[in-house]
Design a protein around this ligand. Sequence first.
Ligand code: AMP
Ligand code: MG
Length: 341
Amino acid sequence: MLASELAFAVETVRSAVRIGRQVQGAIAPGRWDKDDRTPVTVADLTVQAVVSGALHERFPDDPLMAEEGSRELREPAWAELLAQVTEHVRLVRADRPESSTILDWIERGQQAIDPAKRYWVLDPVDGTKGFLRKEQYAIALALVERGEILLGVLACPNLPAVLDRVGASQASGMGQLYAAVRGNGAERIDLKAGDAIAARSPLRVSPNSDPALARWCERVESSDRNHDLTAQVVERVGIRAAPDRLDSQAKYAVVARGESSLYLRHSLNPTYREKVWDHAAGVLVTEEAGGRVTDVFGRPLDFSRGRELAGNRGIVATNGLFHERVLEAVREVLKHLTKES
Ligand code: AMP
Ligand code: MG
């Protein structure tokens, strides 16, 4: 049951969490210029290099689909950034790889994928805006074969142990990993100081089917129009709670651990397609915790179409008990919208 792949993914994502903390920790308080994206770029590229390098050594025949590439980083203008990435890679790799090796590891994320074979999917820093705000971000690694997600490991380094209403997006505690193997359930792995494993426990979605008691979550960085749409949908379902707005696949984690009954995502931009790495790990964790995930039209997510979910629009992830009601509400709200325009 993919025991060695699971152990590998947990260990590798744990080292990626250390990178995230290193980069955030290296920034002096108050010195973070809001328009400077360098810290998240360093974290993104360092995580992709380290995960890709480890994967290349451990499963040399498995290709990688990952968000970042190395083309810009090879240009002389980006030498300073490459030096920073190299320095951060060397903090977690005692063998002190050369910059040229690091560039090659990063570039492996852009290789051509044969969808009939198995391959890994990585979002090195999901929720870059959340990372910059020191709020929620995730590191997401999944194993996919013929469009089926076989394994998913999701790290949420800043997610509080319990999501409280007031500080939903504030960092506290040491964060958690969420791991699932298809057909084998999902588990939560709490981290302690040094990002060592503190405890492992089974994950289960909420058994609640009463909309009046349900919480729901959605993106932070969505347009007002999209937020207005999701608000109309949940109102039709009878959910009264205000949304928990979280960056990254942390939204799947809060559904999987039973705190939220619904994660709703839709873009009114008709050309936007969801990216595979933004969902693969979180979807499997949610499903294996007993939840259900489809697109907003109720279609199964099709992970066999390359780097995008080309056959899908938006996301509905629920504890299973709200799913049909949410799909019905989406249909009605979208119908009204089309009539208006
Ligand atoms: P979230 O943290 O849930 O807001 O998701 C972050 C991810 O959303 C990024 O990694 C992007 O791949 C993706 N994204 C970027 N633009 C859009 C958009 N217009 N609609 C939906 N997702 C987007
Ligand atoms: Mg992402």
